[in-house]
Design a protein around this ligand. Sequence first.
Ligand code: FAD
Length: 282
Amino acid sequence: MRELGAPQIAEYEPEVRGLAAIHVGTTGICDFVGVARQLAGSSGADIRYGARLVRVDRRPEFGVAVETARGEVVRARVMVNCAGLHCDEVARLTGDDPGMRIVPFRGEYYELARPGLVRGLVYPVPDPAFPFLGVHLTRGIDGGVHIGPNAVPALAREGYGWGTVRPRELAGTLTWPGSWHMAGRHWRYGAGELRRSVSKSAFTSAVRRLLPAVTSDDLVPAAAGVRAQAVLRDGTLVDDFLIREGARTVHVLNAPSPAATACLPIGREVARRALAALAAAG
Ligand SMILES: Cc1cc2nc3c(=O)[nH]c(=O)nc-3n(C[C@H](O)[C@H](O)[C@H](O)COP(=O)(O)OP(=O)(O)OC[C@H]3O[C@@H](n4cnc5c(N)ncnc54)[C@H](O)[C@@H]3O)c2cc1C
């Protein structure tokens, strides 16, 4: 890593402005679908797509049986729950109290119409009070540049637009005490994010702090993503990995931006805990 003063930033990113920067020469981007296919193909695992778990029957002395929405039953000696946006619900299906709730935050993105303005990956200094990165510039493997995300409350766990509302899921968020503690503490930050969601010019101003050459015509709306943010009962936004074990179960309750390069060590850690759960079950 190399520290850069303001004039040196231009050596790497001629259009980006800042008071100072850290250049990380080893960072990179990859085709994550390709990585996932490779891991799946070489693992020897039996992967069932579109199989939604709806019921769990756990007998600590025998094992775990899970039922899918299609009525299939899968039996195992240990279950690993890494259900992302639904991991707290799946934990509760096993009978374990996860002690947290997933509060979904939608991140909205724009595509840069002039991708030549950015050469690599550019991140602002993160606010340590939040697990969100802030609006950043990301060059993808296709050469396009994504700009975003902001972070606005999603009205459903898979609420990729303001129009997707799931009353049961929304009620789950609103009845969780942590949501209100979080809102009371961070409403000012949230208001700024909402403003950037409804006003393209407010979003453009945020981007211009890093990339002054950008105009609102350069920003083409792109698909949004939903972040599965784990929130504790006291309103703490969990910003690190959160993995909890129950009898014959390992619950991965927060897995923030692990990056493709970290998948293997994280997988090993989860496997170690699964083996420990198996040993504990005798
Ligand atoms: C727009 C966006 C961009 C991102 N970019 C990056 C990046 O560049 N680098 C990075 O490191 N991270 C990035 N992240 C973060 C990263 O995607 C997450 O941290 C990571 O995917 C979390 O992994 P997970 O396994 O916990 O959950 P997920 O990847 O969400 O996987 C959960 C899986 O469980 C399945 N599932 C849920 N419920 C059930 C059920 N009842 N039965 C069966 N299956 C179920 C889901 O279908 C899904 O396949 C990004 C996130 C977003 C939203």
